[in-house]
Each structure stands twice: as C-alpha cells, then as structure tokens.
Design a protein around this ligand. Structure first.
Ligand code: DHB
Ligand code: FE
Length: 280
C-alpha cells in the first residue's frame, strides 16, 4: 500500500529561485538562507520519496480572476514551469503521477472535498521554488510530483480547519492506494509577509515561531485560528500558512521534528522550514 512517511513545510519566495537560477546563492545575502536547507537536501536524498503531494498556491500564473478553484489537483502526466513575466524558470518539467492523482481526486471528492480536476496546468514559483530548495538544480526532479493548488489569493480562502481536515482526508486516500509507494507531503508558502499597502514589508517573528510550535504540538488548536488573526499578525500574504495545515493533517498526531529553520529576510518574506516525520 502507499504510505505517507513525512511532511515538509517551506516558504516559496520567487527571489530564492532567481538567486539559484542566476548563480547568486553564494552571495552574503543568500548564503545563510541556503545553509538552512543543507540538512534538508541530505534528508530527502536519504528519504527517497516515490511521490510528493505538493500543496502550494498559484499566483495568477495558471489561474486568474476568471477561474478560482479553492482546491485543485493536477492529474496530468506533466506540468511545465510557468512564464511569470520573465520567461519560465530553467528548471525541469514536473512529472506527475496520474494514477495516484486520480485516486486522490476520487477518494477526496467522495469524502466530500470538492476538488477541481486539472488536466493541463503550468506551475509557478509556489511549486518550483520549494523543489529547488529541497533538490537543488538537478537535470530532472528525482520523483513524481502531484500539484495540489489552494486558493489563498482571492478572498475567501479555505479555513485552516478545512485545510487540516483535507490533510486527514489525503492521508486516508493515500492509505487506500494499492501500489507500494512512499509519499511525502509538502505544505508551502508563508511565513509572515505583506507585499502591498501601508503594511508592506511586515514580518512577525513571534507569530511565525509560535505558529511552528503549535503546528507541531497541537495542530488541532492551530486549525482554529481565523483568517483575520493570520492577516492581522502575519500580513495579507501570511494567509498562505493555512497550506501548512494540509501537510500537518496528513501526518500522524505525534510527529518527530527532523529539522527546523527560520530566517529573515528573503526579499519581503520571513522564511520558515520544517521537516516532520510521522510517528506511530
Ligand atoms: C514574495 C513572496 C511571495 O510569497 C510571493 O508569492 C511573491 C513575492 C516576496 O517576498 O518578494
Ligand atoms: Fe506567494
């Protein structure tokens, strides 16, 4: 049977991708950020997942205000890097896993989560930057990737509570897939940041660290935090953090923290990163 062994959470700042793509990761500004992912690259090389379910948000690259799915699952054979205005990132094409993706779609929809099924979609920095942070710059991504896009751009995004429960439903769905697959779930986006308006540049270290503490130890309590609290404390783009709850919901109640990293700033953003292994 397929099984979820671990979860990875990470911010997805586009400037991180640009730093890597343009050979700037050794510069003083970026060195401490990439140092925080050295352990992670070793860990994932040892973990060797067959499939990553990558929970992320699209930034008006694949979707627009014409079409706003709350939850969308990529069922295609492959997904191209999106052109976000400067040409597509020079990263490998993302190979999907249509078998598991269709199983997830069926299981989640029959479990009363209304997933949008996507058969063609380009993937932007929300998905490709986390892959670059975890795998570096390979010629091909070393495993299959199922994109799971969440609307956190246009109000109203899904609640933290619904995201946490979607994670639990993903765990049930994976456990009923007959193929022997090792699956890791990524929750991406965050941490505190606001890109526009009078509060642009907002960072809240205290909130970010308390969020990581509670996500680890009491995710049910964290799932009760309201949108207003995220936006007030973590800025308008801090709402991306609800996606970390999908990853957390897919793991067991008790988790082992393999790695924890926090760094400010990367562009306008506080960067947070966790590697959690399911226990029991
Ligand atoms: C930045 C962060 C984001 O999450 C994003 O989607 C775009 C830009 C930034 O900090 O520059
Ligand atoms: Fe973003």
């Amino acid at each position: 049977m397929a099984r979820i062994t671990a979860g990875v959470a990470t911010s997805h700042v586009p400037a991180i991708g640009a730093a890597l793509d343009n050979g700037k990761s050794g510069e003083d500004y970026w060195k401490p950020l990439f140092a925080g992912y050295e352990y992670s690259k070793d860990w994932i090389a040892r973990e060797k997942p067959d499939v990553i379910i990558l929970v992320y948000n699209d930034h008006a690259s694949a979707f627009s205000l014409e079409l706003i799915p709350t939850f969308a699952i990529g069922c295609a054979e492959s997904f191209n890097p999106a052109d976000e205005g400067w040409g597509p990132r020079p990263v490998p094409v993302v190979e999907g896993h249509p078998g598991l993706a269709w199983h997830l779609a069926e299981s989640l929809i029959l479990d009363e989560f209304d997933m949008t099924i996507v058969n063609r979609m380009d993937v932007d920095h929300g998905l490709t930057v986390p892959l670059s942070l975890m795998f570096g710059q390979p010629d091909a991504w070393p495993c299959k990737i199922i994109p799971l896009a969440v609307n956190v751009v246009q109000y109203p995004p899904p609640t933290g509570h619904r995201c946490f429960n979607l994670g639990k439903a993903i765990a049930r769905a994976v456990a009923s897939y007959p193929e022997d697959l090792k699956v890791v779930v990524f929750g991406t986006g965050g941490m505190s940041h606001q890109l526009q308006g009078p509060r642009a540049g907002l960072i809240n270290k205290q909130f970010d660290n308390a969020f990581m503490d509670q996500l680890i130890s009491d995710p049910k309590a964290q799932s009760g935090v309201s949108h207003l609290d995220y936006v007030r404390e973590a800025g308008s783009e801090g709402i991306e953090l609800v996606m970390w709850l999908i990853m957390r919901g897919a793991l067991s109640d008790k988790v082992c923290v393999k790695h924890r990293f926090y760094h400010v700033p990367a562009s306008n953003t506080a960067v947070g990163h966790l590697i959690l292994e399911s226990e029991g």
